[in-house]
Design a protein around this ligand. Structure first.
Ligand code: NPW
Ligand code: ADP
Ligand code: K
Length: 507
């Protein structure tokens, strides 16, 4: 499933019309019919439905939906918001089909008092006022109508986008319909995965309107949602004659006397994700923390100062016997550490997280040319802000584009965490992760993910599949946990102990 901006969707629509040969009239008929079929499965025969229609093609979809609802016998009132002469092009074609099919409508400008009553007494409101064509702040009368819709008790079903909401990141908006559900046409728009926009969608589904994949590819769509099927298909199976070396030998570098638990979580998560062998390189004074919680791990005790590892102990590490390393969880920031020196000449997978990202930010230029092996960074928005020199607010507003810029500039795979984690490769491909919940918003969740990424990345032919699967399964485990437990109460350790079940559910 692709994720698009409004502009990209317009290009894809245009390609479908001009190069594939599906007319706009057919696309709109498909869109309205696909949306109707979903609406029909939600509403009941006793429902009273108000369809609100705007001047553009979103309104055109509304005419098709209204025609189908009326033909099926639902109690449906159709409200055209703009003056009739503003409805042109393909929307006009579908307005004429609606009228010639014998159906009637109300005009908002003639009967505002009746409109107000209809809005307050409807069971469902179908919002087809504005879609991807919205620009700037809502003009009258949409500003007033959106307020009224949001105050009504009706269940609001938006089509494509809640009216007023922009389709892509970093677009300001003041007002939008707050939908209970949104039926998104063909491909989710970026704002479905960005807060605060995402809250306006309510629950959402997509409706296939017949645009071929080729149109997305030809128009350069590069962002997708990672699906369960893709995870299942790329999940590695253990070979009958496999041995521990087959499943990767990983080194987890981190921990400090102030934060002994982080490296333990990362190590345990790597084990539960199937790594063959894992070694924790950590200050000698905290070795017992890891051996006490992850009996299966081996330890590499390092020299430390004031409870944190020092540069000399890291540059002396021999990485030649490892397939990959994760560095950063709980390591502290007191001593300067140069990762480019530690990993020069190492061509295995490197995952950098937490305090590791602090040290990385100090020498970013050294990473511009990439390394021999793949590098994955896993910043949360605060860490991404530091890496990019932006504010956290800027990061949250530009999650798609900033990830893409950073991944390309520093030749790293960026896992930008948070609700709807986005994974971006240096060549600009992106995947939005659909799993996870606010139960994960707790110290230790990120450390767990890092161990999972290291372990999964070492078990797939293409490390990227491992990264995407780890992110998906981390969220899935948390989603499974909250079936029976309270969201507030789950811990990173619970997530790790859920991994065997989460993995089993995907086989
Ligand atoms: N293309 C296709 O093949 C298909 C497209 N499809 C559908 O088309 C939708 C996109 O259609 P679209 O481009 O016509 O834009 P749309 O969102 O209906 O709005 C345009 C109208 O909004 C108005 N307006 C704008 N800003 C405003 C504001 N701030 N406040 C108030 N008014 C404002 C603007 O008025 P104007 O500024 O021109 O005066 C204009 O009249 C898309 O979301 C999908 O549902 C499907 O049918 C499948 C096939
Ligand atoms: N609201 C949420 N919905 C889904 N996932 C979340 C949410 N909040 C946090 N997460 C996930 O939890 C993890 C938190 O990581 P991070 O902030 O680095 O934690 P820590 O460093 O304390 O271990 C990330 O994988 C993030 O995507
Ligand atoms: K809409």
């Amino acid at each position: 499933m692709y994720v698009v901006t409004g502009e990209r969707m317009r290009q894809i629509d245009r390609f479908t019309m001009d190069q594939v040969g599906i007319s706009e009239t057919t696309l709109m008929e498909n869109a309205g019919t696909a949306a109707y079929l979903q609406i029909e499965s939600i509403v009941t025969p006793e429902s009273s439905i108000a369809v609100l229609i705007g001047a553009g093609n979103n309104g055109g979809d509304g005419f098709v939906i209204a025609r189908r609802l009326k033909e099926a016998g639902f109690d449906t009132d159709v409200w055209i918001i703009p003056p009739l002469e503003k409805i042109r092009g393909t929307a006009r074609v579908h307005m004429d089909i609606f009228i010639r099919s014998g159906h009637t409508f109300f005009q908002y400008e003639d009967s505002q008092a009746i409109f107000d009553r209809a809005i307050s007494s409807s069971t469902y409101i179908i919002d087809t006022m504005l879609g991807t064509g919205v620009k700037g702040a809502l003009k009258a009368p949409y500003d007033r109508i959106v307020e009224e819709v949001n105050c009504s008790r009706a269940e609001v079903i938006a089509v494509d986008l809640p009216s007023g909401l922009p389709a892509e990141e970093n677009e300001p908006f003041e007002q939008a319909v707050k939908a209970c559900r949104t039926i998104i046409l063909q491909a989710p728009k970026e704002t479905a995965f960005l807060y605060p926009y995402a809250e306006y969608y309510g629950e959402w589904t997509t409706a296939d309107i017949g645009i071929p994949c080729k149109a997305f590819e030809a128009c350069g769509a590069r962002s997708r949602v990672r699906t369960e099927n893709e995870v299942r298909a790329s999940l590695p199976y253990r070979k009958a004659d496999g041995h521990k070396g087959t499943y990767g030998k990983g080194l987890v570098i981190g921990g400090s006397e102030q934060m002994p638990g982080a490296v333990s979580l990362t190590t345990r998560a790597a084990l539960r994700t199937g790594i063959g062998l894992v070694t924790a390189a950590l200050p000698a004074s905290i070795t017992a923390t890891v051996t006490g919680t992850a009996t299966e791990a081996t330890c590499l005790p390092l020299q430390s100062n004031q409870g944190e590892m020092i540069s000399e102990s890291l540059t002396g590490l021999d990485l030649s016997s490892y397939d990959g390393a994760a560095i950063g969880p709980g390591m502290g920031r007191s001593h300067p550490l140069s990762f480019s020196r530690i990993f020069s000449g190492f061509d295995g997978l490197v995952v950098i997280d937490a305090d590791g990202l602090y040290h990385l930010a100090e020498e970013l230029n050294a990473w511009r040319d990439g390394r021999g092996g793949p590098t994955v960074i896993t910043p949360h928005p605060g860490e991404m802000a530091r890496l990019t020199g932006k504010t956290i607010e800027d990061v949250e507003k530009n999650r798609f584009s900033l990830s893409r810029q950073f991944a390309s500039e520093y030749k790293m795979t960026v896992v930008l965490k948070g609700a709807y984690t986005i994974v971006t490769t240096p060549d600009g491909r992106q995947w939005v992760n659909p799993t996870g919940n606010p139960g994960l918003a707790k110290g230790g969740s990120g450390d767990t993910l890092t161990g999972m990424i290291l372990a999964a990345g070492l078990q797939t032919d293409d490390f990227l599949d491992g990264v995407l699967n780890a992110v998906y399964i981390h969220g899935l485990a948390a989603d499974q946990l909250i079936h029976e437990r309270d969201e507030a109460s789950i811990t990173a350790s619970d997530v790790i102990e859920q991994l065997p079940f989460a993995l089993a559910s995907l086989r």
